[in-house]
Structure formats: structure tokens, C-alpha cells
Design a binder for this molecule. Structure first.
Ligand code: GLN
Length: 197
């Protein structure tokens, strides 16, 4: 069995834990940086990216998270988690973890559309994925080695760059666990690859 961590500083981490467990894997809510050593992959949940960043600094997580990603262990950022992964945030002089090469725009869908649900085609995952958007960002652009997995209204809303996965929506808020399962497969493959090194 794999052990998947969910960064538990703020936001929708309990829902992700439930989603991981629904896929038959063990989930650990990570509240201390030392717990990162115990997990094979990590989900950074949705919530509020500036608040989460403040807590990452307060609990001395910043370097540990960067090392975790750079060691080749997969990270899945959803919504605020996607913003934390990005190398550039439109309108802000500094990014956060900067692990994934992409420019993101926060709160990108405007006031009328602050929250909505839609069925999305997510490449390699589903043709009708139930996607919940809450004050969601979108990805403005990605590098060539990054695969766009989903778009909505012409905007990129899910992408993958190697062992980094990002979704602008909340895959943990419905009973549709297919994107979580996709991440678990990525963790499985990375674990085998890292063990063979
Ligand atoms: N708008 C939030 C932010 O900028 C993200 C919203 C979410 O995670 N649902 O951090």
C-alpha cells in the first residue's frame, strides 16, 4: 500500500484524505515537516494560498517541501495548492514553491462565476469529470514539457509536468475519485522508479 500525505495546514485536507482512502490507499495529514519522510507523494489542498504560505513559513515547511519535490516524489496541487506550486503568479512579484513551470492567475473566473460545477474532459482520466471550481485560478501558460490535461472556456485548468500534477478545481469534493486515482498511479510509478535508482 502507498502512503499519500495531505498538507494539513489549512484548507480542504480532510476531504482529500477521504478521497485517498476511498481509492484504497493510506492517507496521512501532514502537520509537521518530519512527516514528509513517511509519505510517497503529497497533495497540497485548496484553501487560500497566501494564508497557506504564511503557515508554511511559520511551521518551517518551505525548504522541506521544495526538497520533497526535487527528490522526485510526486506532488499534486489543487486550487490554492496549484498556486503554491507555480513558478510565476500574474500580478505578484514573488511566487511560492516554484516547483512547476507555469504562470498562473488567481481568482480567474470572475465574480459571477466564483463557484461552479461542470463536467470536464481530463486527458487520461475521464471524459466527464465532475469538477468543482471555487474562486479558482487558471494556468496562463506552461512549458513544452508540460502536458495540458484539461481546459475550460479556453483556459488551462489541469496540467502535469513529470511528477507534478496541478488542477484548478477541487477533485476531493465529490465522489468522483478518478483524478485522485490518477495521482496514486503516478505515485506508484515514481516509487518504483526511485527504488530502482
Ligand atoms: N482563490 C484562492 C487563492 O488564491 C484559491 C481558492 C481555492 O483553493 N478554492 O488562494
Amino acid at each position: 500500500m502507498l502512503k499519500i500525505g495531505v498538507l494539513g495546514l489549512q484548507g480542504a485536507f480532510r476531504e482529500h484524505k477521504h478521497s485517498i482512502e476511498s481509492c484504497g490507499q493510506e492517507a496521512l495529514i501532514v502537520k509537521k515537516k518530519e512527516q514528509l519522510d513517511e509519505v510517497d507523494g503529497l497533495i497540497i489542498p485548496g484553501g487560500e494560498s497566501t494564508t497557506m504560505r504564511r503557515l508554511i513559513d511559520r511551521y518551517d515547511f518551505f525548504e522541506a517541501l521544495q526538497e520533497f519535490g526535487k527528490s522526485g516524489k510526486p506532488i499534486f496541487g489543487t486550487c490554492a495548492g496549484l498556486i503554491l506550486l507555480a513558478s510565476e503568479i500574474n500580478g505578484q512579484s514573488h511566487a511560492h514553491l516554484g516547483l512547476m513551470d507555469m504562470v498562473v492567475e488567481r481568482n480567474a473566473f470572475g465574480r459571477q462565476r466564483e463557484s461552479f460545477e461542470t463536467k470536464l474532459e481530463v486527458k487520461g482520466v475521464a471524459e466527464d469529470f465532475e469538477a468543482v471550481f471555487i474562486r479558482a485560478p487558471h494556468i496562463v501558460n506552461v512549458k513544452e514539457d508540460t502536458e495540458v490535461l484539461a481546459t475550460y472556456d479556453g483556459q488551462i485548468v489541469a496540467a502535469q509536468q513529470g511528477h507534478y500534477l496541478a488542477a484548478a478545481f477541487h477533485p476531493e469534493l465529490t465522489d468522483d475519485h478518478r483524478l485522485t486515482q490518477y495521482f496514486i498511479e503516478l505515485v506508484k510509478k515514481s516509487k518504483l522508479k526511485l527504488a530502482a535508482q
